[in-house]
Design a protein around this ligand. Structure first.
Ligand SMILES: C[S@@+](CC[C@H](N)C(=O)[O-])C[C@H]1O[C@@H](n2cnc3c(N)ncnc32)[C@H](O)[C@@H]1O
Length: 229
């Protein structure tokens, strides 16, 4: 009789660059076990660790494909509308030296999120903000034009979420949207229009998890004018 692979085996069998290091994969499993064990407030519909791994963790690890492998690892990541902590915690697991900011405007959700982050051992590098993302642009959090990656999954139409994300993106940084087959051509066109108006250029779309694709926009680095001698 063959046994289904454990959730840990599943994560460790992912292809690079999506595969987290073993201790990081273990931390993610502690985290999703907490989500399953604490249904109030309801942060996920997943009712088992296996479900949470397939619905939340694996699709979020696809973020690895949205960062060019030739660049140094991202140092600052903002996950807007984090809700259950994903995709931001996948970025924390893939890039353990990054500072990750999870932004969730619902106070009860954010409080639960913060507890789970501590319990899973992510607190030294993951900060939970119980705030609307827009508030973080005015309160001196050091996040304006600072993020290498701004992540958005299931937060809203692409035009609106691009507007929300753009002020956080550093030169050379990227906005990554997880988008399912439900996104129509109008939403995509509006997302592109907003991105272009905010100085972002479209990057390569990534295949995501088979269902969702990752749509990428990048803030170009500012070219320095050549010096006159
Ligand atoms: C459907 S949940 C998505 C959770 C998670 N990202 C996922 O993919 O499963 C959307 C979350 O975004 C939060 N949200 C929406 N707009 C926001 C904003 N402007 N700032 C912070 N949080 C926001 C909502 O409160 C909600 O918890």
């Amino acid at each position: 009789m063959t046994h289904a692979p454990s959730s840990l085996d599943l994560l460790l069998s992912l292809d690079a660059p999506r595969r987290p290091a073993p201790d990081e994969a273990a931390r993610l499993l502690v985290y999703v076990q907490r989500l399953v064990d604490h249904p109030r407030p309801n942060l996920t519909a997943a009712r088992s660790v296996e479900d949470a791994v397939s619905v939340l963790v694996v699709p979020s690890l696809a973020v690895a494909e949205a960062w060019p492998p030739t660049r140094p690892a991202p140092r600052l990541v903002v996950d807007i509308g984090s809700g259950n902590g994903f995709p931001g915690l996948a970025a924390a697991a893939l890039w353990p030296d990054a500072r990750v900011h999870l932004v969730e405007r619902r106070q009860r959700k954010a409080a639960a999120l913060a507890e789970h982050v501590v319990a899973a051992g992510f607190a030294d590098r993951v900060t939970v903000h119980a705030a609307d993302a827009r508030e973080l642009l005015t309160e001196g959090h050091g996040l304006v034009a600072a993020a290498d990656l701004v992540l958005l999954r299931a937060v809203g139409p692409m035009g609106d979420t691009t507007r929300l994300a753009a002020p956080f993106v550093a030169p050379g940084g990227r906005v990554v949207h997880w988008k399912g087959p439900g996104m129509g051509p109008d939403e995509l066109a509006e997302g592109r229009r907003v991105a272009a108006g905010l100085g972002l250029v479209e990057g390569p779309t990534q295949s995501g998890d088979g269902e969702r694709t990752l749509r990428v926009f990048e803030r170009p680095r500012v070219e320095r004018a050549p010096r006159r001698s």
